[in-house]
Design a protein around this ligand. Structure first.
Ligand SMILES: Nc1ncnc2c1ncn2[C@@H]1O[C@H](COP(=O)(O)OP(=O)(O)OP(=O)(O)O)[C@@H](O)[C@H]1O
Length: 309
């Protein structure tokens, strides 16, 4: 039984612009199964539909059509069961400012009907570097500390499926490392993890499988290692202040003076350099690096073909 299953899920929001009654299609027949024990990455540019998928999963938004289950429980017809199996770390920091950290976690335990939870709460506080903040009022915490509390709050009822919606947006390196160590450890112990992030380096390092979403459709879905293998194996990178010949410019990713060209083999790299020399383009800081997930992502997003509708 999959940990998370999206079966031909569509979502249309009422369109804020356009004539009355018109809708905007945020998800278009998305099908996706995430197996138990996976560390799964959901990637996509702003507005692709990632948060909409998570909101449907968490029962915060209803799908217009299709079905979503968590370990077999339907998120609509079996809401309480599905919700209990999920720990969701939301993107936004929303808190009741009147409680301290420990009180917040006790209240959340009560919400899920978990009694005598202090030992697990202490473990969560320790693992997330919050022990000395246990009695601090939520108002006194920095943004990064609040985010750690959000993670603890999501895990207080020991859910088998953990969903993290951009948990590292705007947080410092130390928290990212603490968080990933903690979540990776839970995953090792059997928890399923679904992660959305804009940090592709993190997704590459952590996720066994990745789905890429674009305008509400899945455009890539594979093992991370296979996505990387399918990409051009190398990237030629150099700096220049000159204009590139048209055929190179069309294939290059250009950021200011930095030019990056995907290359499948050594011959292609030689051809690029020969073309540059012939055109009289002056290059500096030439290097060849392995293609990474960002190269794959940009490649997939530039190509509108869809897989597994
Ligand atoms: N409540 C809503 N009403 C109308 N449109 C919405 C609503 N929520 C989201 N949308 C639209 O649906 C699309 C998908 O949004 P969603 O927040 O799911 O994207 P996302 O992939 O999570 O983006 P980001 O990376 O920016 O968080 C966007 O075009 C967004 O404007």
């Amino acid at each position: 039984m999959p940990a998370i299953s999206f079966q031909s899920v569509s979502k249309a929001y009422p369109s804020p612009r356009g004539p009355q009654g018109s809708t905007f299609q945020a998800l278009d027949h998305v099908s996706l199964d995430i197996e138990e024990g996976e560390f799964f990455g959901l990637l996509g540019p702003n507005g692709a539909g990632k948060t909409t998928m998570i909101s449907i999963l968490a029962g915060l938004t209803r799908a217009s059509s299709g079905r979503v289950t968590v370990l077999g429980s339907d998120v609509q017809t079996d809401y309480a069961d599905a919700r209990r199996k999920l720990g969701v770390v939301p993107q936004e920091l929303v808190f009741d400012p009147f409680f301290n950290v420990r009180e917040m976690l006790r209240i959340q335990s009560g919400y899920f009907g978990v009694k005598n939870n202090d030992a697990w709460v202490d473990e969560l506080l320790g693992g997330l570097g919050l022990t000395d903040k246990a009695n601090a009022n939520m108002r006194q915490l920095s943004g990064g500390m609040k985010r750690r509390v959000l993670v603890a709050q999501a895990l207080v009822h020991k859910p088998p499926v953990i969903v993290l919606d951009e948990p590292t947006a705007g947080v410092d390196v130390e928290l990212r490392q603490t968080l990933w160590q903690f979540v990776a450890n839970l995953n090792k112990q059997g928890s399923t993890v679904l992660l959305t992030t804009h940090y592709l380096e993190e997704a590459e390092a952590l996720c066994g499988r990745i789905a890429m979403l674009k305008t509400g459709r899945i455009v890539a879905l594979d093992k991370t290692s296979d996505l990387l293998k399918a990409a051009s194996s190398n990237v030629l990178r150099f700096k220049t202040g000159d204009a590139l010949p048209i055929e190179l410019a069309a294939r290059a990713r250009i950021t200011g003076r930095i030019v990056q060209l995907p290359a499948h083999n050594a011959l292609e790299i030689e051809q690029y350099l020969a073309a540059v020399r012939q055109a009289g383009v002056t290059v500096e800081d030439v290097e060849i690096r392995k293609a990474d997930l960002e190269d794959v992502f940009l490649d997939v997003m530039g190509n509108t073909e869809e897989v597994g509708a």
